[in-house]
Every structure is written in structure tokens, then in C-alpha cells.
Design a protein around this ligand. Structure first.
Ligand code: KDG
Length: 324
């Protein structure tokens, strides 16, 4: 078994952030998929997008994953390395990499069953420094890929020594609402932060499109804090006191919204690991997520974050009308 490339100056050190999950080959059409004859090839997947954002957010980051032992696997490792992600804990597998096709009409088609990434398991987690990392990012997508992936997430969250950041990321093409809800219930008690999107995650997983109710239900399930993402309307934050509304930052321009939630989770994990409090971390993360919309593909545009300077946005107590 060959393990991925080592980033000079970083390997051997303990990463601030570990991100678990599958990296996907991303094929994007400039038109609807049914009409497409040319595709742009890049690399994506929630784990890679979150890891790239965490690195841009100032953290040292390592990916825990499996990629194919082929040319596309090489490309993934190079793509990750160029974004400052340590791939020491990426195993090379005999299976091909998972792929998704994205069309201009918002279509999203997977070819990932039996992929290298879906063979990730508890053994891969055991080789990674889970106890030492300041934060660990896991997602419902990873839990939905295979039994071994679900077991890897269970092992990671119960071993993690730092903040567990969990994005439920419900995907009806990968799992059922009942299975995803059970997966969420296993992780929530370990989570420092859960980042469901409303209503795409909250309706199937929590039976509500109300961010206040979603936040409260996740806290009842054991999450220490919840940041419900409201698309262009910002975040609803419930950390146990009075819930807050964090307004959005205007994106410089909108090129591609894919992966904005991953950028939010990865940046928040980075900032928590580096010592920010939750609201500071989330402010950085909303800035990064808004900027990511200005670039193509799942990783989007990820400039390095500067320390939080803006005083133009304020947090205010949550009221139902404040999200509209
Ligand atoms: O938010 C979109 C991303 O999550 C994207 O990278 C796709 O990882 C993905 C998935 O499995 O749907």
C-alpha cells in the first residue's frame, strides 16, 4: 500500500485540522448535461473543498482519504498539494476515483459506487493523528458512501481530541433520509459544531424548514453548537444561549455556488483550531464562503484570509424575520 505525497515542511508535524472523506474528479459542462460535448476536469468533493478552505484559512491541514492508484489519483494529490494540503494520510487504492458531472442547469450526476474513496475505513483513521489535531471535519456524505466509510466517521469522532465539525450534507442520490438521520444522531453528541443547510438538510433530517427549530433539535441531539446555513441570508447560530443571526457577506460575483457549504465548514474548523471563538470563526467562514462563489468548481475562489477586520456586520439576536 502506497501512502500519498508528503508536503515538505509539514509532514511529521501535527496538523491543526484533519478532514475525512472522498475526493472526486469534477467534470463540469458549460451547458446542460444532456447537451454537453465538452467538459472541464478538476478535483472536488466535500472533503477536498473543506480541506482547501481550511488551508486558506491559515491552518495546517491533512486529508484522510483514499484515491485511485492511477493518473487521476496523481492529479488529485497534486491539486491538494498545490493548495497546501498534506496528503500523508491519503492511501492509494486499486479502485478508480469517484466522479461527478455538473451541468449548467444545476444537474449533479455521480459515478462513484465502489470508488477508491468509498474504501476508506477505520484502519485509515487509526493511522491519522486524530487525538492531536485541533479540529476534525466529517460529513454525512462520507457516512453515506459505504459501511466502512460510516465506521471511519464513527471512529474519528469518538477519537478526536479537538473540535469536531460536522456537515450533514444530505444527498438523496447517496442515502435515505432515515439512514442519514441515524448517521447524524451518532455524530451530534461528539460535535462542537453542526452546519446543516436550511431547508435542504433540515427538512429531510430534522423535519423542519425553520432554522430556530432545526438549531434547537440538533442541540437536543447533543451538538454543542449549530450554524444553520440560510444560503444568501446568512447563518442562524445556536450555541446554547440566545440564538443569533449572522448576516451574509456579499460575494464579489457569483460564478459557481458548488462547495460554499464545504468552505464554511473547513474555514470554521481552521479558525476554531487556531483559537478563534465560535463567532469569530463563523465570521471568517462566511467571508470565505461568499468569496468562494467567485471561482469555478467545488473549491471555488479561496484567497488566503486576513484577520477579521470588518466592522460593517453585526450579530443580533435571532428573530424569524431577521433571515428574510
Ligand atoms: O457542496 C457540493 C460539494 O459537496 C461537492 O463537492 C459534491 O462532495 C460532493 C458530493 O459528494 O456531493
Amino acid at each position: 500500500m502506497e501512502i500519498g505525497k508528503i508536503i515538505p515542511g509539514m509532514s511529521g508535524g501535527k496538523p491543526d485540522v484533519l478532514v475525512l472523506g472522498e475526493v472526486l474528479v469534477e467534470l463540469t459542462a458549460p451547458v446542460a448535461l444532456r447537451e454537453a460535448d465538452t467538459l472541464r476536469l478538476s478535483c472536488s468533493g466535500d472533503a477536498l473543498n473543506a480541506a482547501a478552505a481550511a488551508a486558506a484559512g491559515g491552518a495546517s491541514v491533512a486529508l484522510v482519504s483514499v484515491v485511485g492508484d492511477d493518473e487521476l489519483g496523481e492529479r488529485i494529490l497534486e491539486f491538494a498539494g498545490e493548495r497546501g494540503i498534506d496528503t500523508t494520510y491519503v492511501r492509494r487504492g486499486a479502485e478508480p476515483n469517484g466522479v461527478y458531472f455538473a451541468g449548467a442547469g444545476g444537474e449533479f450526476v455521480y459515478a462513484r459506487r465502489g470508488s477508491a474513496g468509498s474504501t476508506l475505513g477505520p484502519g485509515d483513521v487509526a493511522r491519522a493523528p486524530l487525538r492531536e489535531a485541533g479540529a476534525v471535519v466529517v460529513s454525512g456524505i462520507t457516512q453515506a458512501l459505504s459501511e466502512t466509510c460510516a465506521a471511519a466517521v464513527d471512529a474519528a469522532v469518538s477519537t478526536a481530541g479537538g473540535h469536531v465539525v460536522y456537515d450533514p450534507n444530505f444527498r438523496a442520490r447517496l442515502t435515505t433520509a432515515a439512514a442519514a438521520r441515524a448517521a447524524l444522531e451518532r455524530v451530534a453528541p461528539h460535535a462542537a459544531l453542526v452546519t446543516p443547510s436550511c431547508p435542504d438538510d433540515t427538512r429531510p433530517l430534522l423535519g423542519t424548514s425553520d432554522p430556530c427549530v432545526a438549531g434547537a433539535r440538533l442541540r437536543e441531539l447533543g451538538a454543542a453548537a449549530v450554524a444553520v446555513t440560510l444560503g444568501g441570508r446568512g447563518l442562524h447560530v445556536d450555541a446554547g444561549g440566545e440564538p443569533l443571526h449572522l448576516p451574509p457577506e456579499a460575494p464579489p460575483r457569483i460564478v459557481d455556488a458548488t462547495g460554499a457549504g464545504d468552505v464554511l465548514a473547513g474555514t470554521t474548523a481552521a479558525r476554531l483550531a487556531l483559537g478563534d471563538d465560535l463567532l469569530e470563526a463563523l465570521r471568517h467562514a462566511t467571508t470565505a464562503a461568499a468569496r468562494s462563489l467567485a471561482g469555478p468548481g467545488g473549491t471555488g475562489w479561496l484567497p488566503k484570509l486576513r484577520p477579521w477586520m470588518s466592522s460593517s456586520r453585526t450579530t443580533r439576536p435571532w428573530s424569524p424575520s431577521s433571515s428574510h
